[in-house]
Write a protein that binds this ligand. Structure first.
Ligand code: SF4
Length: 352
């Protein structure tokens, strides 16, 4: 979808989060869960946040919903700086449910003793302002929105539902407050193929019918199959590439993204970076030396400049990558016969 003329719904600027230090302004040192991430989500967009465990993607989500306090940076939602909210203002904002988080495992996140009607209606009770009749109507509407028959599931408990039904109950609970942003943490990773497609199609329909923006946090690009507009790729606490999904899949501008694309061959088309070029051993130098490019220890293209972490370099409209060679990768001929650039300096560990 085209979002070029809309203002961002969510604007995250230079966000950093320190491990185990829930205060602002204390510095990161080497203990960063997230370093200097900036990204935007526009109304009605589906944005994938992709990365392995510990890459910073879940930290970003938790900071956005106020579960983690940033060490630096800002989070603006609908023009309002959430990082400046305190006390009652913060509690009021949370109660309104304008941003909702959908957890990976509904069996653990849903109270097993509550019925579906109570589970879905609970956020409305917390928000206040509606009587019991209005809450009941909104609850039934939310269940229908996610494809569940209220009469069939209203009185059942999570343990009496299938995995797909439970995930849909989680979604109904999330949309009942009519949020503008849904953040879904691995929403389909525990589901079989048919339920996975069902939930992804449902998210796509919610953004079309209700205009909700959706952030999907996942390990692999295939979780965005067919529905993502944009993607942001994280590696070792850093945002390494973000851009339109189709372009990123076709011409990844960062070697780590190319590695992910190569891992999901049904999604990738043609890349200037050949899978063989980025199939290297895991290393630790990026973590040990925070000034160095975070991917240098795994990258066959590392050269002298990579001793310094590159900033996000623009390679297209709302498309950037933290690689000194980003423009080369995204601008090269998009066929698999392309030869990568020659090294101009030191080689990364493991390079032959
Ligand atoms: S900046 Fe250098 S080491 Fe880092 S990904 Fe780019 S080429 Fe590889």
């Amino acid at each position: 979808m085209s979002t070029a003329v809309t203002a961002p719904l969510l604007r995250i600027t230079d966000l950093s989060v320190a491990y185990g230090v829930p205060r602002r302004g204390v510095g990161l040192g080497t203990g960063a869960a997230l370093r200097g991430a900036s990204l935007e989500v526009h109304p009605g967009e589906i944005v994938g946040i992709i990365g392995e465990t510990g890459s910073g993607k879940t930290t970003l989500a938790r900071a956005t919903v106020g579960l983690t306090t940033p060490a630096g940076g800002t989070i603006e939602f609908d023009g309002r700086d959430l990082t400046s909210l305190r006390g009652r203002d913060l509690r009021d904002f949370r109660r309104q449910g304008r941003i909702q988080l959908v957890f990976q495992d509904p069996l653990r996140s849903l109270d097993p003793d509550l019925t579906v009607a109570r589970l879905v209606g609970e956020p409305l009770e917390v928000a206040g302002g509606l009587d019991a009749t209005a809450r009941g109507e909104r609850t039934e509407r939310a269940l229908r929105e996610v494809g569940l028959d209220p009469g069939a599931v209203r009185d059942r408990r999570p343990g009496e539902l299938s995995g797909g039904q439970r995930q849909r109950v989680s979604l109904a609970r999330a949309i009942v407050t009519e949020p503008r942003l849904l953040i879904c943490d691995e929403p389909v990773s525990a589901l079989d193929v048919s339920n996975r497609n069902l939930v992804l199609n449902l998210l796509d329909r919610l953004r079309r019918d209700l205009g909700v923006a959706v952030v999907i946090i996942a390990h692999d690009l295939s979780s965005l199959a067919g529905i993502g507009d944009r993607v942001a790729v994280f590696y070792r606490s850093r945002l390494v590439e973000q851009g339109p999904l189709r372009e990123v899949l076709t011409r990844p501008a960062h070697p780590y993204t190319a590695l992910l694309v190569a891992s999901a061959p049904s999604l990738g088309e043609r890349s200037a970076i050949r899978p063989a070029d980025v199939r290297v051993d895991r290393g630790t130098a990026g973590a040990a030396d925070p000034g160095r490019c975070v991917f240098a220890d795994r990258c066959r293209f590392a050269f002298a400049d990579c001793a310094i972490q590159p900033p996000q370099l623009e390679v297209g409209e709302r498309w950037s990558a933290a690689c000194h060679l980003a423009a080369r990768w995204s601008g090269e001929a998009t066929d698999n016969t392309h030869t990568p650039p020659a090294h101009t300096g030191t080689r990364a560990k493991g390079e032959r």
